[in-house]
Ligand binder design. Sequence first.
Ligand SMILES: Cc1ncc(COP(=O)(O)O)c(C=O)c1O
Length: 438
Amino acid sequence: MTSRHDPTSPGVSTDDDVEALIDPRVRPLSVSATLAARARAETLASEGRTIYRLGLGQSPFPVPAPIVESLRRNAHERDYLPVRGLPALRRAVARYHERRFGFARSADDVVIGPGSKELMFLLQLCYSGDIVIPTPAWVSYAPQARLAGRSVRFVPTSEDDDLMLSPRTLDDLCRRDGPRARILVLNYPGNPVGATFSRDALAEIAAVCRRHGVIVLSDEIYGELHLAGEHVSIGTLYEEGTIVSTGLSKWCGAGGWRLGVLSFPARLRRLGDALAAAASETYSTTSAPIQHAAVAAFEGSPELGVYLADARRLLALLMPWSAAQLRWAGLRVTEPCGAFYLFPSFEPLRAELLRAGICTDRQIADRLLEQAGISCLPGSDFGMSPDSLYLRLALVDFDGASVMRAAREVALDESFVHERMEPVARAIGALCAWCRAL
Ligand SMILES: Cc1ncc(COP(=O)(O)O)c(C=O)c1O
């Protein structure tokens, strides 16, 4: 295809002609920022450079052995399953919500899909209201809303609130915009900050949502990775208005298995029906062997309990240690509560960065990749302004399987981080050295 017009070929003959064929909602999109960061890091690594992969938020831990075994046993499953999902899995998910987080959901209101990402997109497609997104936020919420033709209302947050939504700001937005249909997207423990809400903060948000009739899409994909194992779901405080999203990707280390879950409150069953109808016309059903295997994950077992406790202990060692190192190097960092992300602010180094010719977050990320081999994402990919100088670090570049084994035999202290959690420990060291050399 040339970019010059070919008069002998009617219709599509130039790149501009093709561009014009792309729907305006899709045209501004590029490949999801996190996947693009991984591709870039892989290219450099293939050229022989040492690259620390702090870009893509993939769990460092292996899929727990009993779940892998369950998949092996179910590899022969070949039938299309019901569009809402395997009944036994939906029952296991409903029981899981009750057992782990104490809120009731009927199996009839659970929908299984190929990743929570797909389900959240279909939800936004089916729901004709505004999508309210506190920023910073996971990279895909806003593009999904735009693809679905929804209007997005971003709600800024402040470092005083650990970059988490303040109930007052939400209340102000609802009053300013007046009565209308809205979904509020809440993600906690959150990507990119790694912070979470206290029960009191969730109760205040629930009160505002109830007052204004806001539906909450509660993205709890990192709920099991609360560092202290004390995740609280807003589903316990605002049962009637909360749709809970989770899946196997993060706490089960199975991102590539593509299994996600949405659980609707009984009052919103019709919305779940609409989503199932849209699913039936798009992906039909989620992979049968994966659904059969996932029953064991949601049913839980003592072995799975040990796996999760180990994952939390390791993250509870690595994350605060890394945050402290970055603070000593001059950055501002919210204390992590869960997931595997840090979102340091380079604001205290603004003058030094300017002297080095760096004035945006993307320039910091580019320079870090070039000079220190650190691949990470700029805060602007998460809805921050490019000159606000945040980066997102995914602290996942270590061998989770061997680290889990070692954690059962030796003490978890700082030397464990240096000796066993390489290369992430070296990456943090390199980042700190880069900051000090500015
Ligand atoms: C906050 C958040 N929600 C949802 C997802 C999507 O997860 P899934 O693999 O279930 O589609 C991710 C993945 O990175 C995420 O970070």
